[in-house]
Ligand binder design. Structure first.
Ligand SMILES: [Zn+2]
Length: 114
């Protein structure tokens, strides 16, 4: 396995030069370059694995994206599914309910006239 050592020259993106340039390794953490120095402008910075840092425009976009997400779902990841439709309270409106007023018992004994 390739082991990096102090002083090794590796490629990385320099924010000052705004391009990939040769860098000298000036700091190593866990066997990987942690800090490098641009061989062109001698600017020290964290090793970026040749990745250009996000531009301000991209940062702004991410910020907006997060704001929109926060607006859309304040509950965050917990409520991924939309809440179930609450049962309409008056769902039986069309159906005839049980006779609201029970008919009075018609058990009057009619006086039968004979
Ligand atoms: Zn540079």
């Amino acid at each position: 396995m390739f082991e990096i050592r102090l002083g090794d020259v590796i490629d990385d993106h320099c924010i000052k030069c705004r391009r990939i340039t040769n860098h000298s390794v000036v700091s190593i953490v866990n066997g990987a370059a942690a800090k490098v120095r641009c061989r062109t402008c001698y600017h020290d910075h964290d090793y970026r694995h040749e990745q250009a840092p996000p531009t301000k425009k991209e940062l702004k976009k991410q910020e907006l994206f997060r704001e929109v997400l926060a607006t859309l779902s304040p509950g965050a990841a917990e409520a991924e599914e939309p809440p179930a439709d609450p049962a309409p309270a008056e769902s039986t409106a069309e159906q005839p309910q049980e006779s609201p007023a029970p008919e009075p018992p018609k058990r009057r004994t009619r006086a039968q006239k004979s």
